[in-house]
Ligand binder design. Structure first.
Ligand code: EPZ
Length: 417
């Protein structure tokens, strides 16, 4: 890619990866086909469908809809080879236990920025009466006689994944479940709303305390995945960093307030109307302070993109990640483009720089690769981002969407190692 001046035009926002993953996994709970609309075409979705297929859930795309049929589950074994590709594969633990009474799920292992434990997922299953052992790198879980039983799950840390897994496990459990210190993310609320539409009895989703009355059987309904607030946030920054004018369509601005406010605080005009967001603005961004936090706080999944924006700022910015203390693998790569970023524990201090210049950089994870592409939109000369398979995990046809609003970006085959 080469810097190519201000972007302008319209960007349609797709379905949310992080909302689609738990909803698709819920297909394990149903003994009849389920139709889900607005499912993005992403590597992580393909990985999940491959895992569901191994378990016996058949998936077929019918235009934009995905039809999932879990009527003939054949296995409750989630193999390492698939789980290691995507941590969210752990979501199969809860519904497999609920549907079959047992689950053998590979431990996901670490990720680009360090250990990401699953102890809270295990805790949730144990509070529903299951036994969970670790054997040869696998979680081996068994439900009690008669199936999972409602209970009280108190999370020490707010976890999106563990809250989703607990919901998927307890909606058909016997009796009442109370989830305390639950995650409030829109993706958690969307899962609860989907399960409710299928007959589940859930209260409090979107708050820290969720109550669920188990129901014996769920009835599949047709459901559309919510828009991707992180994809929308990434394109918002694309508009800001190039000093352009972009209109994002098919969004949920109500789920993005902290991001919209942060970009406004850096001096950009951001308007939100219905399902549309427009950004306009020129001149270097102002320095700012960002501290990531669980929703409705500032999302850690936008931290790297905002750092790319801050790297061309007129003032110093201070960015702290309280969710993942070492989610900073993009700092060195932005440094290769000329950014002046100094680390202090889980805080990055971003100093103004003379401007970014193109270079060969390496993507290390999904959002880090988005940050490098954003920086490449304004770096002088050519920027080459390697390992873009990371970006395909969470962004559908990003280079096409960028080109449609004026970016000079292309995907090229990479020579061997
Ligand atoms: C979800 O991951 C998202 N992934 C992540 O987005 C996102 O960064 C994260 O939530 C935080 O918002 C999906 O939705 C698929 P957590 P998840 O459990 O569920 C600790 C992206 O870029 N924790 O909310 O794995 C954990 O270490 C991805 O799209 C435990 O200690 O995150 C972290 O510090 C990257 N034990 C904190 O909780 C556990 O058992 C929040 O993690 C689970 C989590």
């Amino acid at each position: 890619m080469r810097g190519n001046g201000p972007l302008s035009g319209t960007v349609p926002i797709g379905g949310s990866k992080n909302a689609a993953l738990p909803v698709l996994t819920a297909a394990i709970l149903f003994d009849r086909p389920l139709t889900i609309d607005h499912v993005p075409r992403l590597r992580d979705i393909s990985t999940l469908l491959a895992l569901l297929d191994v378990l016996g859930v058949r998936a077929a795309r019918d235009d934009e809809a995905l039809v999932l049929d879990g009527s003939n589950l054949t296995s409750s074994h989630a193999p390492y080879d698939l789980v290691r590709r995507m941590r969210a594969s752990i979501y199969v633990l809860g519904p497999l236990l609920a549907r079959t009474g047992e689950a053998r799920v590979s431990l996901p292992g670490g990720c680009a920025w360090g250990p990401r434990p699953v102890d809270l997922h295990v805790l949730a299953m144990e509070k529903l009466g299951a036994t969970v052992d670790v054997e040869h790198g696998y979680l081996v879980a068994r439900a009690p006689k008669g199936g999972l039983k409602g209970g009280t799950i108190r999370f020490a840390v707010s976890s999106v994944g563990a809250t989703c897994n607990a919901l998927l496990a307890c909606v058909t459990a016997r009796g009442r479940t109370r989830i305390e210190n639950a995650a409030e993310e829109p993706e958690v609320v969307a899962l609860a709303e989907f399960l409710e539409a299928c007959g589940a009895r859930i209260q409090g989703h979107g708050t820290r305390t969720i109550e669920v009355e188990g129901t014996a059987r769920l009835t599949p309904v047709r459901y559309a995945v919510i828009p991707d607030r992180i994809e929308a946030g990434t394109f918002l920054v694309a508009g800001a960093i190039t000093g352009g004018e972009l209109r994002l369509t098919g969004c949920r601005p109500d789920q993005m307030e902290s991001v919209l406010d942060a970009v406004r605080a850096m001096g950009f005009e951001v308007a939100a109307e219905g399902t549309e967001i427009t950004i306009r603005g020129s001149g270097p961004p102002r320095g700012t302070q960002i501290v990531t936090a669980p929703y409705p706080g500032f999302p850690t999944d936008m931290q790297a993109q905002m750092m790319a924006l801050a790297s061309i700022g007129s003032g110093v910015s201070v960015i702290t990640d309280t969710i993942y203390h070492d989610r900073f693998t993009h700092v060195a790569e932005l440094g290769r483009l000329g950014a002046d970023i100094r680390m202090d524990g889980n805080t990055a201090v971003v100093h103004p720089c003379a401007g970014l210049s193109g270079a060969h950089v390496m993507a290390t994870d999904l959002r880090a690769s988005a940050a490098l592409i954003l920086a490449g939109l304004i770096a002088e000369g050519e920027t080459r981002v390697s390992r873009v398979y990371h970006i395909d995990r969470g962004y559908e046809r990003i280079e096409e969407k960028l080109r449609a609003v004026g970016a000079d970006v292309e995907r090229v085959q990479e020579e061997g190692p």
